[in-house]
Write a protein that binds this ligand. Structure first.
Ligand SMILES: Nc1ncnc2c1ncn2[C@@H]1O[C@H](COP(=O)(O)OP(=O)(O)OP(=O)(O)O)[C@@H](O)[C@H]1O
Length: 238
């Protein structure tokens, strides 16, 4: 695929009288790992909801691999894990995986499923247990495993590290690096700036509904004369 993976142009989003996104411009190159950061309430999840057509835009446009985002076919090349992932509590892990894969027209292949669970450090007995008995981190791993098994060109991950223990975070980062090496695009949000620094080719800082910075983590540190990305971020939003 040529051209950008995602293009946000002058995106405006309001909830009633409250304006959340004030003309967001952002472009993600195909094959990059891109991190969107911002304080709580900055509008990161709202931007993702707009991208997925979960809510209507109040202005601007979004393209996914060159297609208008509101066309269902435009969203076919992407997989998404939300910030608060809540699978149906009465399903077993295996039921959930089978269901998610069937929605994508993919077969349930036990060796591939078990290998993906192992890659995220989720014990295989999770497949037999119902989701209601999972911890928060186990639930997150199940959602990530199902998402990563879809083998899509674009992954949209809203705070994917949330709830994961240090081992699982390290394993997920390995998975994301492998996806990128395989040519997929990754668009993630994160509050862990060290992860963004380590993992992302480029990043953007969203603040007060506007993009304040777009570029590499190194360029961000250089632009704000800060030794760490955390300090650069604080200067950027000051
Ligand atoms: N459905 C909604 N109705 C009204 N206001 C909303 C709605 N969803 C989000 N908001 C508001 O929009 C703003 C942006 O919220 P959003 O969830 O996009 O932020 P975020 O950057 O993802 O935050 P966090 O880092 O805490 O997840 C907040 O002020 C929030 O209260």
């Amino acid at each position: 695929m040529t051209g950008p993976a995602l293009r946000f142009q002058q995106v405006v989003k309001r909830y009633g009288a409250a304006s959340v996104l004030h003309g967001v411009d952002l472009e993600l190159r195909a094959g990059e790992c891109f991190g969107l950061v911002g304080v709580n309430g900055a509008g990161k999840t709202s931007l993702i909801k707009c991208l997925l057509d979960f809510c209507a835009l109040d202005g601007g446009s979004i393209e996914i691999f060159g297609q208008p985002h509101h066309r269902p076919a435009a969203r076919q090349p992407l997989a998404f894990v939300p910030e608060r992932f809540t699978p149906p509590y009465y399903l077993t892990g295996a039921d959930f995986m089978r269901y998610l894969l069937s929605l994508q027209g993919l077969p349930y292949q036990p060796p591939a499923v078990e290998a993906m669970l192992a890659a995220l450090d989720l014990a295989p007995d999770a497949l037999r247990r119902t989701v209601r008995s999972y911890s928060k981190g186990m639930t997150q791993k199940l959602g990530l495993a199902a998402c990563l098994l879809t083998r899509k060109p674009l992954y949209v991950l809203d705070e994917p590290m949330s709830g994961l223990d240090p081992k699982a975070r390290a394993l997920l980062k390995d998975q994301l690096r492998s996806l990128r090496q395989a040519g997929s695009t990754v668009f993630l949000t994160s509050h862990a700036l060290a992860d963004v620094d380590e993992l992302c080719d480029r990043m953007a800082i969203l603040h007060d509904g506007r993009i304040r910075f777009t570029g590499t983590p190194a360029a961000c540190r250089a632009q704000y004369g800060a030794p760490t990305l955390e300090q650069a971020f604080l200067t950027c939003i000051a």
